[in-house]
Design a protein around this ligand. Structure first.
Ligand SMILES: Cc1cc2nc3c(=O)[nH]c(=O)nc-3n(C[C@H](O)[C@H](O)[C@H](O)COP(=O)(O)OP(=O)(O)OC[C@H]3O[C@@H](n4cnc5c(N)ncnc54)[C@H](O)[C@@H]3O)c2cc1C
Ligand SMILES: Cc1cnn(-c2ccc(OCc3ccccc3)c(C(=O)O)c2)c1-c1ccc(Cl)c(F)c1
Length: 422
């Protein structure tokens, strides 16, 4: 068989959300794909009730899922969030719609999402997912990859292209960094995050109103809650690490929650809150920007490997999923000339990926410095009023990001125009 006729072979490093979706995309392009994932098969790990992690899926991510016919299967198990539910210190609740009835974000279960994408990819006999295979080296001249299995043995493979979807601490990116003029910056923020669970009520109902993104904005401290299919909520508490560290006793914890998140205590359960808080740990949050994303026609990084953002816009996964859509369009445009597609990918995607990193960091600073619930409320009401008054010219920034595919960097430009005329 001639070289041209042979199926192109790619190795997708990382079987997380973006790697699994990318495998579905390459599968549709008739590539032979080997996905190498260092963890074990999540589909074989027992589901622990009360440990679900969820994510906000918005239009960019949905469009990417739709392209590989996965949108329906994902949103069928999602829960719509039509508005923010703002929790004041005194327990007052306020609802601020995201916009029209068709403008909602979806709460989806991270594990379910990863599982359905892996299963969909594996349906194609040309796609093989190798679990417990960690990439330890790669050669961008020969396309050789070196992987270490969980039993310590080494396997090697040679492919046409290496797609690094191996997350914020990417091994592929580390190799690219050594082989080209690479610009890189990272920033850990002082805040960490901890996930808590709010169980269903004794009568097996949701403890709070379902179709909302619940937000407790307390300047320095923020907490959000997204609903789960099992009628629980997953809460994410964002606080500076020094505050996490200052909460040493159950009394410290209860005093803190009584002062800042009073209404959540009976819904979580005092005993359960104490148990979860002191059994959990706070995790760090990092923002990573880099460029270029490719090396010739041999390697490309996508998702958090290329652009990890702090989660204050709920766009990291949505951006990574949109990466797959952007690359697919470029492979169409360049008729699978991988080198041409990779080069243009870096050219067009860098400005947008770095824009959402900046927007997310900006939101973090804004929310930490000046947003308590009242101000959050006011800003959103002003935005909604102006968009009602000037529907064609005033699209709130959040709506542009979450409900359109306006390029991320253009969202910033349009917002700067709005700020001038406001
Ligand atoms: C607290 C928090 C809340 C968030 N909320 C949202 C949200 O609401 N909406 C949203 O869109 N995004 C959200 N995000 C961001 C989202 O989680 C990430 O953007 C997304 O998971 C990135 O997917 P990825 O596949 O690029 O990387 P990852 O999900 O990190 O997957 C990388 C995979 O690569 C594997 N891997 C790593 N190194 C190697 C190696 N050397 N060899 C083989 N495999 C390897 C890992 O095991 C992992 O499976 C949130 C993030 C955080 C931290
Ligand atoms: C998981 C997820 C999905 N979307 N969002 C999100 C993010 C920002 C938002 O507003 C920006 C803003 C509001 C007020 C002032 C400045 C900026 C809005 C909104 O408008 O509802 C929604 C989040 C999220 C993630 C973390 C925290 Cl801490 C949080 F509160 C929400």
């Amino acid at each position: 068989m001639s070289e041209e006729m042979r199926k192109k072979r790619v190795a997708v490093i990382g079987g997380g959300l973006v790697g699994a979706l990318n495998a579905c995309y390459f599968s549709r392009r008739k590539y032979k794909v080997d996905v190498y994932e260092m963890r074990s098969d999540i589909r074989k790990v027992e589901v622990v009730r009360g440990r679900s992690i969820n994510l906000a899926l918005s239009v960019r991510g949905r469009e990417a899922l739709k392209m590989v016919e996965m949108e329906e299967e994902v949103i069928n198990k999602g829960i719509r969030m039509y508005s923010r539910m703002i929790h004041d210190r005194d327990g007052t609740l306020r609802i601020i719609p995201y916009g029209r009835k068709d403008q909602y974000i979806m709460s989806v279960d991270r594990r379910h999402l990863n599982e359905v994408l892996l299963t969909a990819a594996e349906k194609n006999p040309d796609i093989t997912v190798h679990f417990e295979h960690k990439l330890v080296n790669c050669d961008f001249n020969t396309g050789e990859i070196v992987l270490k299995r969980s039993d310590g043995t080494i396997v090697k493979d040679v492919v046409d292209a290496i797609i690094g979807c191996d997350g914020a601490f990417s091994a592929v990116r580390n190799q690219i960094m050594k082989n080209t003029l690479f610009n890189y910056q990272q920033e850990y923020i002082p805040h960490g995050y901890m996930e808590l669970n709010m169980p269903p009520t004794a009568s097996d109902e949701f403890a709070m109103a379902i179709n909302h993104l619940h937000i407790w904005a307390r300047n320095e401290y923020m907490m959000i809650a997204l609903p789960n299919q099992d009628k629980s909520f997953t809460l994410t508490l964002f606080m500076p690490f020094n505050i996490f560290d200052s909460i040493k006793t159950e009394d410290d914890l209860m005093n803190f929650f009584h002062k800042n998140f009073q209404d959540s205590i009976p819904l979580i359960g005092e005993k359960e809150l104490k148990q979860m808080f002191f059994k959990s740990k706070a995790f760090p949050l990092i923002s990573i920007k880099c460029s270029p994303y490719h090396i010739g026609n041999k390697a490309l990084i996508m998702g958090d490997a290329a652009h990890a953002s702090v989660p204050f816009y709920g766009q990291g996964m949505n951006c990574g999923f949109e990466d797959c859509l952007v690359l697919n369009d470029l492979l169409d445009k360049h008729r699978d000339d991988i080198g041409a597609a990779f080069e243009e990918y870096t050219k067009v995607r860098t400005i947008d990926a770095q824009a959402i990193c900046d927007l997310s960091m900006y939101n973090y600073i804004e929310m930490r410095q000046s947003v308590n619930s009242c101000l959050f409320l006011l800003r959103k009401k002003v935005d909604n009023f102006l968009s009602w008054l000037f529907p064609r010219n005033w699209i709130p920034l959040y709506a542009m990001v979450a409900f359109t595919r306006t390029r991320y960097h253009e969202c910033i430009l349009k917002r700067q125009w709005q700020d001038k005329v406001r």
